[in-house]
Design a protein around this ligand. Structure first.
Ligand code: LLP
Length: 424
């Protein structure tokens, strides 16, 4: 197996003649020594470039960063500074974004089952708009209206009946979905009528999101067409077309850039003479390939005739995606990036179950041993954000690197953090 495909690394990655990797001008081995492992290393330049690319492709305040992909205060500020709005999908995400100093009118609130408290929080803060997902949410908004809270601007989430080709857990545009008002069975039209008549909301647009990690950009064009046809007679100012652009995780995978995605989506809308303001909600394509996770090998178990297990100091608690979706990753040794990876191993974590797998059949350099660093690229999206404390592991820190400097933006958890909410 050849060495790591370098295009999977963050934009500012460089490899010296000895094969040692630096990101943001700092050697990854040095970062691991300074901050310990497991460690998320994010390339700040890469993040800023992707945000700007999205803003250039879709327009100022028409690219909304889906914070679920990766959120901490530094990330919220960065996306906002670069001209993006922020999509928050819970009261918690909203709270983090607000506490970062992002103004409420830059936030859009999502969720298929927002609680009364979350809605009250959003109305009190006066977020830009709410994406309403179901009738019960309209009921709750009517209750809050009766309490005297401000009337929110709302966008209705529509299920357009477009099936995106991706893992079934992250496909959301098909009729059989928990999300949104179905277009096919008339629920979408009924919701529009209800929202228009309700004094509790100001209807400003419609929304769809067909799924995540979608590689076939023509799926987005199809959804855009369906939504444009639905939206045209309504004459509403906002048409929100969700996120979902896929990214390559392993060698051989290819995806469109944000710029190309923009051309396809906006082209489809232009062809139909859409008058609404079009916006999108990219998450993964902004952050995924900006980061790597660095681990330390702790044990190598060779079972002759079966396989070799390489155990690292993290696992499904910092990256549950392989277990949840069977997602593939590559592995490499940060100070031997150019080495051929001629051995095979199952890269596993330190959790108490056999399912704790990071890479089922990884190509790795021969001779890995305890104490070696090993890293996985493209872990910037849905890794840190889906991390857990399973087995009471402490979650890794997040370090942003840029121009030869590193700053810890989320510190490593400690044992006291594990007891913070334990009041028994
Ligand atoms: N907008 C809405 C309404 C969404 O539900 C999502 C993702 C996005 C935007 C952002 O999609 P993106 O551009 O990141 O694909 N945990 C899964 C992904 C779940 C995506 C959920 N919704 C994963 O690790 O693959």
């Amino acid at each position: 197996m050849p060495s790591l495909p370098l295009h999977l690394l963050p934009d500012t990655a460089t490899v010296d003649d000895r094969g040692a990797l630096s990101i943001g001008g700092i050697a990854v081995a040095e970062l691991a020594a300074a901050h310990g492992t497991p460690l998320f290393v994010y390339d700040e330049t890469h993040l800023r470039r992707r945000c700007r690319e999205a803003v250039d492709a879709f327009g100022h305040q028409q690219a909304v960063y889906a914070t679920k992909a990766f959120l901490c205060r530094a990330m919220a500020r960065l996306a906002y500074e670069e001209g993006m709005l922020l999509d928050v999908a819970s009261g918690g995400e909203m709270h983090v974004a607000l506490s970062a100093g992002v103004p409420a009118d830059a936030l859009t609130l999502h969720g298929n089952n927002k609680s009364l408290d979350e809605l009250r929080y959003a109305l009190t803060e006066q977020v830009r708009y709410l994406v309403v997902d179901c009738d019960e949410e309209l009921d709750r908004l009517e209750l809050l209206h009766a309490e005297g809270l401000p009337v929110p601007r709302v966008v209705l989430r529509i299920t357009p009946g477009v099936h995106a080709h991706t893992h079934e857990y992250i496909a959301t545009g098909q009729d059989d979905s928990k999300f949104g008002f179905n277009l096919g069975n008339g629920a979408a039209h009924r919701a529009v009528d209800r929202a228009r008549r309700s004094p509790a909301v100001e209807l400003v647009g419609v929304h769809c999101h067909i799924g995540s990690n979608v590689f076939a950009v023509d799926s987005f064009a199809r959804a855009a067409e369906v939504m444009a046809r639905f939206a045209a007679p309504l004459g509403l100012p906002e048409l929100v077309l969700g996120g979902g652009l896929g990214v390559p995780y392993v060698g051989g995978e290819e995806s469109s850039t944000i710029t190309e995605w923009g051309r396809v989506v906006l082209g489809a809308c232009e062809a139909l003479d859409v008058q609404s303001r079009i916006s999108v909600e990219p998450g993964r394509s902004i952050v995924a390939s900006s980061a790597i996770t660095v681990y330390t090998v702790g044990a190598v178990k060779e079972i002759p005739g079966v396989r070799t297990y390489v155990s690292v100091d993290g696992g499904m608690s910092d990256n549950p995606r392989p277990v949840l979706y069977g997602s593939g990753y590559e592995a490499f040794v940060p100070d031997r990036v150019l080495d051929p990876r001629e051995a095979r191993a199952r890269l596993v974590g330190k959790h108490c179950e056999s399912g704790d797998v990071l890479i089922f059949d990884a190509a790795v350099p021969a001779g890995l041993a305890a104490g070696d660093l090993i890293a996985t690229p493209v872990t910037g999206a849905y890794g840190h954000s889906m991390a857990s404390n399973y087995n009471k592991l402490t979650r890794p820190p997040v370090v942003f690197v840029r121009d030869g400097g590193a700053r810890v933006v989320v510190r490593r958890e400690n044992f006291d953090d594990l007891l913070r909410c334990d009041v028994g």
